[in-house]
Design a protein around this ligand. Structure first.
Ligand SMILES: Cc1ncc(COP(=O)(O)O)c(C=O)c1O
Length: 419
């Protein structure tokens, strides 16, 4: 029996927004059960195996498993050594945590605008924001579809900028036949319960860059990264670690007296062995789970294509969309009433739980305080406030639920349009 909150159960939606991206099966349970019998539940064989296998899936030379995408993004900001005053260009159409590691380091966020159909960053709006302080472009592959990476990488190369891909929505998705994640300098994935594959909570930092990988390996696991030299600490005198402390793990973890010059101090962003074991089992079925999402999206598209007042999201020629979200666009001018009425009708009359991903983050208080306002990113604002709607999508939707959503959208538009 899936565990859901009492509040949610009380609403009894016909099509709820599921709390799990995919229902776990016997292979998932067997994998976690086997890991429970290991003599370590942290830093063990499952992490190593998961990192190796995930690297093969996304085509990345290096993977550092993390406790979440959030912590992978923190590692990215630290690995790139982004510092106070550095400018980073990103999209307003994302979960606010994309910019949080940058804000925490005192970076200045510059918001580009988005493409109104893919909801990913519009490359044409990036270049005008570049100044001599710009260091990096942080891209989000929104809803399971890759951003248009070629023009973004071209701009980055021309201006000497790094590129980070927030891949929280897109494990297994492709851009021009390449898996996303290692097209830019660093990719950060989420395996939170809601994501296309899950480890409960979890994430991954991926890169083809040896130095960023070395930093992530140290800084994500409570180590120090930097120039390591033996150096007597004047505060404690000529004390030397005894010989039996000379294993590199202990040296790097617990002492600073071997570190000189430039160094960075790590944090504990590790993934547990139980999560990694689940991740390995999930990787075996990632393509199947994504194919099922694609089939559901195709069925919804077919049932909604001819509805006046509804526009569909198109799959770009360069992307294999893995439908973490199913987005459609409501046209208030055609139907004659605002989007909120449409959403209320779907939820309250038809029992379809609507989600909205995401409130444009440049309008959050901390960015308004920096001068961002309504009008700063007009495409993102108009799309979010007037048009964008997300229907529930996950592999365990039943055919009845899919058909129910199609009928609900059709009836809602017809009823509201006739009123
Ligand atoms: C675009 C985006 N980035 C980052 C995250 C953070 O992921 P996590 O929950 O694994 O920290 C999310 C989570 O929903 C997200 O949607």
């Amino acid at each position: 029996m899936p565990v859901i909150s009492e509040a949610k159960a009380a609403q009894s939606f016909v099509v709820p927004y599921s709390g799990v991206s995919n229902r776990l099966d016997d292979t998932d349970i067997a994998a976690v059960t086997a890991a429970l019998a290991q003599d370590t539940l942290a830093i063990g064989p499952c992490n190593a195996e998961f990192e190796r296998r995930f690297g093969a899936v996304v085509g990345a030379k290096h993977v550092q498993a993390t406790s979440s995408c959030t912590t992978a993004l923190f590692l990215a900001a630290q690995a790139l050594e982004l510092a106070e005053g550095d400018e980073v260009i990103t999209t307003p159409q994302t979960f606010w945590v994309t910019t949080w590691p940058l804000q925490a380091r005192g970076c200045v966020i510059r918001f580009a605008d988005i493409d109104p159909n893919s909801l990913t960053i519009d490359p044409a709006t990036i270049e005008p924001l570049i100044t001599e302080r710009t260091k990096s472009i942080w891209v989000v592959h929104h809803g399971g579809q890759a951003a248009d990476m070629d023009p973004i990488m071209e701009i980055a190369r021309r201006h000497g900028l790094t590129v980070v891909e927030d891949c929280a929505h897109v494990p297994g998705g492709t851009y021009r036949d390449r898996r996303v994640g290692a097209i830019g300098d660093i990719g950060c994935f989420s395996f939170h319960s809601l994501k296309n594959m899950t480890t409960g909570e979890g994430g991954a930092f991926v890169t083809n860059n040896d130095q960023y990988a070395d930093k992530a390996r140290h800084l994500g696991t409570l180590h120090v990264w930097g120039e390591l030299h033996e150096r007597p600490d004047p505060r404690i005198g000529p004390y030397r670690q005894p010989e039996y402390y000379r294993d590199p793990h202990v040296r790097r973890s617990y002492t600073m007296d071997y570190v000189a010059g430039r160094y960075l101090v790590g944090n504990n962003y590790r993934m547990s062995e139980l999560s990694a074991a689940l991740g390995i089992a999930q990787l075996d079925k990632l393509d199947r789970l994504n194919d099922r999402r694609r089939a559901i999206a195709a069925e919804l598209d077919a049932g909604l294509r001819d509805v006046p007042g509804i526009e569909l999201q198109s799959e770009r020629s360069y992307a294999r969309h893995v439908y973490h979200l199913y987005t459609l666009f409501y046209c208030p001018d055609v139907v004659g009433v605002p989007k909120d009425d449409f959403i209320r009708r779907l939820q309250e009359h038809h029992g379809v739980e609507i989600i909205l991903r995401y409130f444009p983050i440049h309008l959050l208080p901390e960015f308004r305080a920096l001068g961002y306002k309504y009008g700063s990113c007009p495409v993102a604002e108009r799309t979010y406030f007037e048009r964008q709607v997300q229907l529930p999508i996950y592999p365990h939707l039943t055919d009845d639920q899919i058909q129910h959503m199609i009928r609900a959208v059709r009836e809602a538009v017809a009823t509201l349009g006739a009123a």
